[in-house]
Design a protein around this ligand. Structure first.
Ligand code: F6R
Length: 369
């Protein structure tokens, strides 16, 4: 039931504040993180791991790439993110001290399931981040963190993506606590920020009309580029994936620092480029680098659409459009800046008269390798 929405995707984007409140529910107790479903992955095991490998496909892999920054910062464990099908068919170096985390909305993706089984057979501990109760992947894993985002029907994943990042953040905070790498102050600060997230997600949804207008103007666009740095980089990749999936427009995401190593050659007058801008308050260095990237592409005629923190005056002179997101700490910002990109894909697909929920050639759950 679409509940009055024009598509399941529109409904699921709008549900994100509630979905995230559900991911968080009962898991932050007096400022600390509690995840009882970790099963046999108790503190003794988590203290001892020396590496994390996260495997996933598509959007779930971008959620993993976003969370890598936070988990490494809080738990001081190296995190590698790899596509399940790539991981499975090489000879990955694994040890008993490796923790393999799989991320899957459906819990049925065959590539990811095969990779989990492969790791388990190699004696590796496995944790599943999953949205679907009692799906196959969590059943094959040592522990599970359910995202509790509610059923996701639209083929293009939205609320599950944000919920996956939040679930991985909760795990990162737990791991940092267990390993003693995260201060109590740092933990309390982050849990406060996470608890404030549903409200900020509700606020960022207010850009819907602005994004709809933009999408209408851009309905004939043939190619769109997305740039980001740091946690904004996987968000740029996710923005591009959403657009290609449901609008059938050529879209590519880049790390902004890569521009001069190749992609800037694509910039010609009128080329639309979305730029995910980090907060100027919290990381002045990253912010000024992005502003100079914007100037570089603007000078070559790009049409710049900046996703920037509300009140960020530095981007105004150089951007054709600014889509504001609420103030948030750097690691929280990607959870907000992805929303306008989801909305843009939805609105552009709608403007083109396409089937938003059932894009051609795609299935919600890919149960073949
Ligand atoms: C993108 C999308 C796919 C899935 C991918 C993994 O919108 O839906 O890229 O994210 O097929 O699916 P799960 O998470 O079910 O393993």
């Amino acid at each position: 039931d679409k509940g009055g929405w024009s598509s399941f995707m529109a409904k699921e984007i709008a549900e994100q504040p509630d979905a995230i409140a559900n991911t968080l529910r009962g898991r932050i107790v007096e400022g600390a993180v509690e995840i009882p479903e970790l099963g046999s992955l108790g503190p003794d095991i988590l203290k001892d791991i020396d590496r994390i490998v996260i495997i996933a496909c598509g959007t779930a892999a971008y959620a993993a790439s976003t969370a890598k920054y936070a988990i490494e910062a809080w738990a001081r464990v190296p995190v590698d993110v790899e596509l399940s099908h790539e991981f499975r068919y090489r000879t990955p170096v694994l040890s008993a001290r490796t923790l393999l985390i799989s991320v899957s909305q459906s819990g049925e993706t065959m590539d990811t399931l095969m990779a989990v089984k492969y790791a388990r057979d190699a004696g590796v501990k496995t944790l599943s981040v999953c949205n679907t109760q009692s799906a196959t992947i969590p059943r094959e894993s040592d522990g599970v963190i359910y995202t509790h985002a509610g059923p996701e029907v639209a083929v293009a994943s939205t609320k599950a993506f944000v919920a996956q990042i939040v679930a991985l953040y909760l795990f990162g905070l737990h791991l940092g606590t267990v390993r003693g790498t995260l201060s109590t102050e740092g933990l309390h600060d982050m849990t406060r920020q996470l608890l404030a997230l549903p409200e900020k997600l509700a606020e960022v949804l207010e850009v819907t009309d602005t994004v709809r207008q933009l999408a209408h103007w851009m309905a004939d666009t043939r190619s769109v580029l997305f740039l980001g740095r740091h946690v904004g980089y996987p968000i740029a990749l996710e923005g591009a994936l959403k657009l290609k999936e449901i609008s059938y427009i050529h879209a590519e995401g880049f790390a902004a620092g890569e521009l001069k190593h190749g992609p800037i050659a694509l910039i010609e007058p009128g080329q639309p480029v979305f730029v995910v801008v980090p907060s100027p308050r919290s990381s002045a260095e990253l912010h000024s680098k992005i502003v100079s990237n914007i100037q570089e592409i603007r000078a070559r005629g790009a049409r710049v659409i900046a996703i920037a923190e509300k009140g960020d005056a530095a981007v105004l002179p150089f951007a054709d459009e600014v889509i504001p997101v609420p103030l948030a700490e750097p690691l929280i910002q990607p959870l907000l800046s992805v929303v306008p990109l989801q909305l843009f894909a939805l609105e552009l697909s709608t403007a083109k008269g396409l089937d938003v929920d059932q894009p051609r050639n795609l299935a919600k759950s890919v149960t073949v390798e």
